[in-house]
Design a protein around this ligand. Structure first.
Ligand SMILES: Nc1ncnc2c1ncn2[C@@H]1O[C@H](COP(=O)(O)OP(=O)(O)O)[C@@H](O)[C@H]1O
Ligand SMILES: [Mg+2]
Length: 262
C-alpha cells in the first residue's frame, strides 16, 4: 500500500483532474484504489458521483473532526461503475466549516492515524489536495510517502513548484521522513490564453538541483475538453471517452506505477 498526495499551493494546475484520472486508470488495471477528496470545494467528488446520492455519507471533514463518531471505514464508498475504485467524499458544507475555523485545530497527523484501520485494503491511496497548504494539505502530506505536483508550463507555475520543493517539502520531512517527491506532471490546459514557455520550464526543472533528470513525468497532458466534462458525466473521462487526454493519462499511469510501486 502506498499513499500519494497530489498537491501544490497554486489553484487550477490539474491536481484534481490528475488524481481522478490516475485513480480510475489504476483501478481499471485491477489495482485497489482509494481516492480521498481533501478539498472542501469537492471537485474530485463532483467528478465521481452525483452529490445528491451521498447526502447521508460521512465526508472527510466528519472523519477528521470525529464528528457523529464518523470513522474512515464508514465514509468510504465504492464506485458502482468501477468496483476497484473507492472514494471518501468532500462536501461543500466543509467550506463554511473551514470559513469558521473548524479545521484549524485538527492535528496534522489525524488523517495518518485514521488511515491505519483501512490502508491494508488498498494498493494505492490517492489524496487530492486543495490549492493551499493549510490543514487538509498538511494532513495529506504528513500521511503520504509520495507527493506529485502538477503545473502548467508557465513561469509563475514554475516558481510555485520551486517554492513547494525548496521550502515546503523539507519542512514536512521534519515530521514525515518517509515523504519523497514523486515528480511533476505538465498540464497544457490553456495554451491559447496563457504565456506558455514549455522548453524554458523543462530546462529550469532539469537544471534545478532539487528536481533534475527524471523529476518530470515524460508524458504531458494535452488540452482536452473531455477531461473537463467529468463533473457533467459524474465519471472519470476514461469511463466515457478515449480522447487524447485519456490516452495521456493512460501513459502517465504506466510511468506512475514504475516510479511508485504499490
Ligand atoms: N488537460 C486539460 N484540458 C482541458 N481542461 C483541463 C485539463 N486539465 C484540467 N482541465 C480543467 O482545468 C480546470 C482546473 O483543473 P483542476 O484539475 O480542477 O485543477 P486543480 O485541482 O489543481 O485546481 C478544471 O476546470 C479542469 O476540468
Ligand atoms: Mg482541485
Amino acid at each position: 500500500m502506498t499513499i500519494v498526495s497530489f498537491a501544490i499551493q497554486k489553484g487550477g494546475t490539474g491536481k484534481t483532474t490528475s488524481a481522478v484520472m490516475m485513480s480510475a486508470l489504476l483501478a481499471r488495471k485491477k489495482r485497489e484504489v482509494l481516492l480521498i477528496d481533501m478539498d472542501p470545494q469537492a471537485s474530485a467528488t463532483e467528478c465521481l458521483v452525483d452529490p445528491s446520492q451521498i447526502q447521508e455519507n460521512p465526508c472527510i471533514g466528519d472523519v477528521l473532526l470525529h464528528r457523529k463518531d464518523a470513522k474512515m471505514r464508514n465514509a468510504i464508498r465504492r464506485c458502482d461503475y468501477l468496483k476497484t475504485l473507492s472514494f471518501v467524499p468532500s462536501k461543500p458544507a466543509m467550506l463554511i466549516d473551514e470559513y469558521w475555523g473548524s479545521y484549524s485545530n485538527i492535528f496534522p497527523d489525524t488523517l495518518k492515524i485514521e488511515l491505519t484501520s483501512v490502508e491494508k485494503d488498498y494498493d494505492y491511496i490517492i489524496l487530492d489536495c486543495p490549492p493551499n497548504l493549510l490543514h487538509f494539505t498538511k494532513n495529506a502530506l504528513w500521511a503520504s510517502e509520495y507527493v506529485i505536483n502538477t503545473l502548467e508550463p508557465e513561469p509563475l507555475a514554475y516558481e510555485g513548484l520551486n517554492q513547494f520543493i525548496v521550502s515546503i517539502l523539507p519542512d514536512v520531512k521534519l515530521h514525515n521522513q518517509k515523504l519523497r517527491p514523486g515528480g511533476a506532471i505538465l498540464i497544457n490546459r490553456a495554451p491559447a490564453t496563457r504565456v506558455y514557455l514549455p522548453e524554458e520550464i523543462k530546462s529550469r526543472i532539469l537544471n534545478n538541483p532539487q528536481m533534475g533528470q527524471g523529476f518530470l513525468f515524460r508524458t504531458e497532458v494535452h488540452l482536452d475538453q473531455d477531461l473537463a466534462k467529468m463533473p457533467f458525466h459524474r465519471k472519470p473521462a476514461s469511463e466515457y471517452s478515449s480522447s487524447r487526454g485519456v490516452s495521456d493519462y493512460a501513459a502517465l499511469t504506466v510511468e506512475f506505477e514504475s516510479k511508485i510501486p504499490p
